[in-house]
Design a protein around this ligand. Structure first.
Ligand SMILES: CC(C)(COP(=O)(O)OP(=O)(O)OC[C@H]1O[C@@H](n2cnc3c(N)ncnc32)[C@H](O)[C@@H]1OP(=O)(O)O)[C@@H](O)C(=O)NCCC(=O)NCCS
Length: 186
């Protein structure tokens, strides 16, 4: 597990670290306060405390990461890594000719609160997460529920890391399935 990392941003110092059991109240407050735009884009679990507790009741399956505003210790970014993939996604990935290995693949969902978007929080969180994934031998990262095709900001974000679009599917509108293949040094 990576040590917490402190970064300097235009809005102040931010700590990147794993979510812990002590974060329940802070995470619930973050999810309560994010805009409808973020709520509509980010949906791996419901936003109330029981749903958060249930989501993390299998600690080895879902791993949370947070970006914390050092000035007041509030959460300003939250991302999830699920080990493997959602079972109902498998046929879709197979239809693209990709037979994902649940041991070497994980599923990713990021969010940053509006006032902190566009200043590198998402990028630093994903870099932080990728370091952990590389050590764990993960070879592919796919998106939780894909990305809505009108979510240009997120699509550019993923593309800037080298995610590639493999297909399109309909679920409350059009979505792209994107995947990042992690290269390992020889
Ligand atoms: C997508 C999201 C996580 C990105 O996080 P962020 O902190 O705003 O992004 P960063 O500031 O780290 O920017 C990283 C890259 O994203 C892209 N990006 C960020 N803001 C952008 C914008 N307004 N327009 C186009 N591209 C943008 C750029 O490629 C940027 O790299 P650059 O700064 O080198 O140009 C964040 O915008 C978010 O939480 N959105 C709402 C929830 C969401 O859509 N989650 C994804 C669901 S699939």
């Amino acid at each position: 597990m990576s040590q917490p990392v402190s970064i300097q941003t235009k809005n102040g110092h931010v700590l990147l670290r794993r979510l812990t059991t002590n974060d329940l109240d802070k995470l619930a407050a973050y999810l309560h306060e994010v805009s409808d735009e973020v709520k509509n884009r980010f949906g791996p679990h419901h936003f109330n405390k029981p749903a958060i507790l249930e989501f993390y009741s299998w600690p080895h399956e879902n791993i949370g990461f947070v970006a914390e505003d050092v000035a007041n210790e509030s959460i300003i970014g939250y991302a999830i890594i699920k080990c493997g993939y959602l079972s109902h996604d498998k046929p879709r990935w197979q239809s693209y000719g990709l037979d994902l290995d649940s041991i070497k693949c994980c599923t990713f969902a990021p969010s940053v609160t509006d006032a902190w978007q566009g200043i590198g929080i998402g990028k630093n969180m994903l870099q932080y997460i990728l370091k952990e994934l590389t050590v764990s031998g993960i070879q592919h990262v796919i998106l939780w529920g894909g990305v809505q095709s009108d979510n240009i900001k997120a699509i550019r974000f993923y593309e800037s890391f080298g995610f590639e679009t493999k297909g399109t599917f309909d679920h409350y509108g059009s979505n792209y399935d994107m995947i990042l293949s992690i290269d390992f040094p020889d």
